[in-house]
Ligand binder design. Structure first.
Ligand code: ADP
Ligand code: MG
Length: 656
């Protein structure tokens, strides 16, 4: 008996819709992607009742002819790819030709479209109900396309039942629109919810240059998500040829045989490039969830575990455990080096060279964070001596430490008084340090900083002069800058300094000072823990921790660095093992062991309540200035907090 039958087109579309149209937000996503693929400059999204009663997406893109409008409702009808090979390098957001027929099969659907290029003032309107075309007619409309889907899942009560509340569905829609708007700042977006306008984002003009695109992104980001302390990332690297491109030898043969040798090599160069650019949170800026993390591959918002790891790797000691980076990061890579056809809603992508992409993404983040602080220092080091007239003259009111000054600055400087980085040379020295003993490290002027944007938030805190005011709670060092109040966590700062010194030691292979213990301790560990520790013994020795094997699972601790003051030496070893175990489950970084060991040693180095004298505090700030990543301790907690005059005025109710 024959049992198998071909399904009707309508049922097939509904099955496809099961994958493509998960919820109202998927409809919005597919329609907006179509508008973006159609080169729209302005997109309007209207929704009603969380998208259940109405979704309408209107664009001013290139529109469709009558024939195309009819064809686009057929399954597997697309203008974006033609051959199977095209699937290997997709440059558009859509490519399956499934979205419109799927949406039309599960809603009351109207498509109105008019070709942008055609002279005719008339467009086409097609009305579809549950997958069946009800009407095709000529319609007067603006150039572009408008797709309306009403009563989503009206013919699939089971699916309709699974929809969440209007607010939840609307939130999903808004989330997708945020992603789309971030990826396309040059497109104007309007979002109307239940008749009320939520956004009216004007198009942001931008040139082709990287800096101009970053600025456009920054403007769009601010319009959508408000002000965040974000650094500009701009990174390009070579990516090894992927397996699908011709092998180098083949390219060579082709090149020598071809007269267009230079054109061919240009193409192969392009193939091997990866650009990683965008905005990333300054050190210390983080979230408890991944909600502030936006990642795009060739402008497509994606979820990719490798990149998530890369972000955490890149931030490394600038991120607290359990916190997530804030970023809006764009990866641009040859479409042939990434597979976008692995997820029904195209949310996930797979890189052919996953590991390499991940490594480069981590490097891009790390370099951006390092550059934030190191640039001005680097260039000041290049300047042998600063002109004397630029030397910082200590303020007369500089206090005797650690007392508080008798007179605080009478009033906050007006914006005109605030030395803008663009006009005023930045004073790098720590005022009292300059006064008492100008160290060879203290610098007076920072030429690179001058070229930085004049906005105060853009100038890193340690690149502006800081004046010591006092210490509170035996821990927090109070400093004053031209921008306002600065608090330094003495313990966190010390940890950062020690950590970097230790890492430098490991790198340069110089042994750290070590002090023999009066009473060596033997410590027995479970086998797995013993293994973690055994792998790090060499690093531990380099750091001045005298730990040696004393049996299969027993270790002997007989020396510690002099600055490590632990009342309980056994606890110190257990802490170390705990950290290594926790780190082992996390990101697998080549130097993770070293970092973990160094971090743990640092944690035991200084106690919060150690009273430090004025000179010591000055040295602390000065040493911090010379760190590569001074703004967080090795565990990612901030070392410095700034409260500028604007914030103070707000708190005191002087301004709104
Ligand atoms: P895909 O985007 O995968 O090609 P869709 O079903 O989403 O499949 O769309 C089918 C085709 O209809 C597209 O390839 C495109 O040619 C056309 N189309 C859809 N939406 C628009 C639009 N807003 N403007 C112009 N053409 C569109
Ligand atoms: Mg599409």
């Amino acid at each position: 008996m024959n049992r198998i039958k071909l399904l009707s087109e309508q049922v097939a579309n509904q099955i496809a819709a099961g994958e493509v149209v998960e919820r109202p937000a998927s409809v919005v996503k597919e329609l907006v992607e179509n508008s973006l693929d159609a080169d729209a400059r302005k997109i309007t999204v209207e929704i009603g009742a969380g998208g259940r009663s109405l979704i309408r997406v209107t664009d001013d893109g290139f529109g469709m002819s009558r024939d195309d409008a009819l064809l686009c409702l057929e399954r597997h009808a697309t203008s974006k790819i033609q051959r199977a090979e095209d699937l290997a390098s997709i440059a558009t957001l859509g490519f399956r030709g499934e979205a419109l027929p799927s949406i039309a099969s599960v809603s009351r659907f109207t498509l109105t479209t008019r070709e942008r290029e055609s002279g005719s003032p008339e467009g086409t309107q097609i009305i579809v109900a549950g997958g069946t075309i009800a009407e095709v007619k000529a319609a007067g409309c603006a150039p572009g396309t408008s797709v309306e889907a009403r009563q989503l899942f009206f013919n699939l009560p089971a699916r309709r039942k699974f929809l969440r509340t209007e607010e939840t569905e609307a939130a999903h829609i808004q989330h997708y629109l945020t992603l789309a708007a971030l990826a396309f700042p040059e497109v104007a977006f309007t979002f109307v919810k239940d008749g009320r306008s939520v956004w009216q984002l004007p198009a942001v003009k931008s040139g082709a240059a990287a800096s101009s695109r970053i600025e456009a992104l920054r403007e769009r980001f601010r319009a959508l998500l408000g002000d965040e302390k974000l650094l500009s990332a701009n990174f390009t690297a070579a990516l090894a040829d992927d397996g699908n491109s011709p092998a180098p030898e083949e390219t060579d043969i082709f090149e020598t045989a071809s007269p267009e040798k230079s054109a061919a090599s240009e193409i192969s160069n392009l193939k091997s490039q990866i650009r990683i650019w965008g905005l990333i949170g300054s050190p210390g800026v983080s979230r408890a969830t991944r909600d502030g993390q936006f990642v795009f591959v060739n402008r497509r918002p994606v979820e990719n575990r490798g990149i998530n790891y890369a972000l955490i790797e890149g931030y490394h000691t600038s991120l607290m455990k359990g916190r997530y980076p804030v970023c809006c990061l764009f990866l641009e890579i040859d479409p042939a080096a990434v597979d976008v056809n692995i997820h029904p809603a195209k949310r996930e992508v797979k890189f052919h060279r996953e590991f390499e992409v991940r490594k480069l993404a981590a490097q891009a983040i790390k370099e951006t964070l390092l550059a934030f602080h190191s640039e001005p220092v680097k260039s000041t080091a290049e300047m042998p001596s600063a002109p004397s007239e630029l030397k910082f003259v200590p303020e007369a009111s500089a206090p005797a430490l650690p007392n508080f000054p008798e007179k605080l600055k009478p009033s906050p400087p007006t914006p005109a008084q605030i030395p803008s980085a663009a006009q005023t040379p930045l004073k790098m020295g720590f005022s009292s340090a300059v006064q008492s003993a100008p160290s060879s490290k203290s610098v007076d002027v920072s030429p690179t900083a001058i070229s930085q944007p004049p906005s105060s938030s853009a100038t890193p805190l340690l690149n502006v002069p800081l004046r010591l005011v006092g210490v509170i709670g035996k821990l927090y060092v109070l400093l004053e800058s031209d921008r306002g109040l600065v608090l330094l966590d003495q313990h966190a700062a010390h940890e950062r300094i020690l950590f970097e010194q230790m890492m430098n030691r490991i790198e340069s292979n110089t042994a750290a000072p070590s002090q023999k213990l009066l009473l060596p301790e033997t410590i027995e560990l479970p086998p797995r823990d013993a293994q973690f520790l055994r792998e790090q013994l060499v690093v531990l020795t380099k750091l001045g921790v005298g730990l040696s094997e004393f049996g299969e699972r027993t270790f002997l601790l007989d020396a510690l660095p002099p600055f490590v003051k632990v009342p309980d030496t056994r606890r110190f070893v257990f802490d170390l093992v705990d950290e290594l175990r926790a780190a082992g489950r996390e990101v697998n970084l080549a130097r993770l062991g070293e970092h973990t060991v160094a971090k743990t040693v640092c944690r035991h180095a200084v106690k919060a309540n150690d009273p430090l004298g004025g000179a010591e505090l000055e040295n602390l700030v000065e040493d911090l200035r010379h760190c590569a990543m001074p703004y967080t301790c090795p565990h990612g907690r901030p070392t410095l907090i700034e409260m500028n005059y604007r914030e103070l005025e707000k708190k005191f109710g002087r301004t709104q």
